[in-house]
Design a binder for this molecule. Structure first.
Ligand code: GTP
Ligand code: MG
Length: 139
């Protein structure tokens, strides 16, 4: 049976601000298990491909520059109802609208620099996990 997974990134702003440990701790305390994890420094091309859905948006170039600015942590997380529960845990894209206690409320600095990524569907969780991790034996 396929495990119930989501894919996350701890983005450059959170890494630079020293929040990675606290954010990982929240993932674990919220019932997510780490199936795969690594530190990567995205290339321009990787960031453009990963966020390709947004290539026609006004903020796309800014997003690619931001995501390639410094190393990030990418991870596959496992939990029942992983995608939906994780999106709740991270909060709204814009931290001004994120609920109290969510990761973006706690650690994001702006709409663009919002600390973490979370998959928006089960199919995207699979696609995004496969973008960074080979071999579905780990997730
Ligand atoms: P991700 O989990 O990173 O995919 O964020 P999201 O699903 O909450 O938002 P979305 O997929 O719509 O946008 C992807 C990322 O683009 C956001 O997390 C932001 O980093 C960035 N972004 C989205 N909208 C804006 C915007 O209006 N301005 C800027 N500067 N960045 C934006
Ligand atoms: Mg998104």
């Amino acid at each position: 049976m396929k495990k119930n997974i989501t894919f996350t990134m701890i983005k450059p702003d959170a890494m630079e601000n020293g929040y990675a440990g606290d954010i990982l701790s929240i993932f674990l305390k919220s019932g997510f298990r780490v199936s795969a994890m690594k530190l990567v420094h995205l290339t321009i091309s990787q960031a453009q491909t990963f966020y390709g859905i947004h290539s026609d948006k006004s903020f796309f170039e800014e997003l690619v520059i931001f995501m390639t600015r410094s190393p990030i942590i990418v991870a596959v997380l496992e939990k029942n109802n992983a995608v939906e529960d994780f999106r709740k845990l991270i909060g709204s894209t814009n931290p001004d609208h994120a609920k109290e206690g969510t990761i973006r409320k706690l650690y994001a600095t702006s709409m663009g620099e919002n600390a973490v990524h979370g998959s928006d569907s089960e199919i995207n969780a699979q696609i995004e996990s496969s973008f960074f991790f080979a071999g579905n034996e780990i997730f």
